[in-house]
Design a protein around this ligand. Structure first.
Ligand code: 5GP
Ligand code: ZN
Length: 115
């Protein structure tokens, strides 16, 4: 397993910082966003550190797919047929934590395009 120094989500994966974990697999962890933007707002992260979705896709395509499967499982478990999956990639579009995370948002109407 690879972790990065001073990475918030590596610390959550390691259990060093508390989070409300809702689903775990061998390669991924899903936990509630601390600043939820929808009734269900869960972050799905790989256990290993990658800075963004592209680095993960290039380094570990199987785990990239696993994040999507976990998000779908959480959505189903929380009763949502419809949901939005988001990878913010780069600070210019709002990425603030540089450990790959897939946002699962569900439980309210959503507009398109996003802000
Ligand atoms: P980004 O803006 O990088 O796409 O998403 C980072 C997300 O992490 C934000 O939605 C933010 O609310 C969430 N977040 C930041 N710090 C923490 C924390 O300590 N715990 C949890 N559970 N979520 C966090
Ligand atoms: Zn990390």
């Amino acid at each position: 397993m690879t972790a990065a120094d001073d990475c918030l989500f590596c610390k959550i994966v390691a259990g060093e910082i508390p989070a409300e974990v809702v689903h775990v697999t061998e390669s991924a962890v899903a936990f509630r966003d601390i600043n939820a933007q929808a009734p269900t707002h869960v972050l799905v992260v790989p256990r290993d550190h990658y800075a963004n979705a592209v680095e993960l896709a290039e380094g570990d395509p199987a785990v990239t797919a696993e994040l999507v499967r976990v998000a779908a499982a959480v959505a189903t478990a929380e009763g949502h047929d419809d949901y939005r999956l988001v990878f913010n990639t780069g600070p210019g579009v709002g990425q603030t934590v540089f450990h790959t995370h897939l946002h699962l948002l569900a439980g309210r109407p959503m507009t398109w395009p996003p802000g």
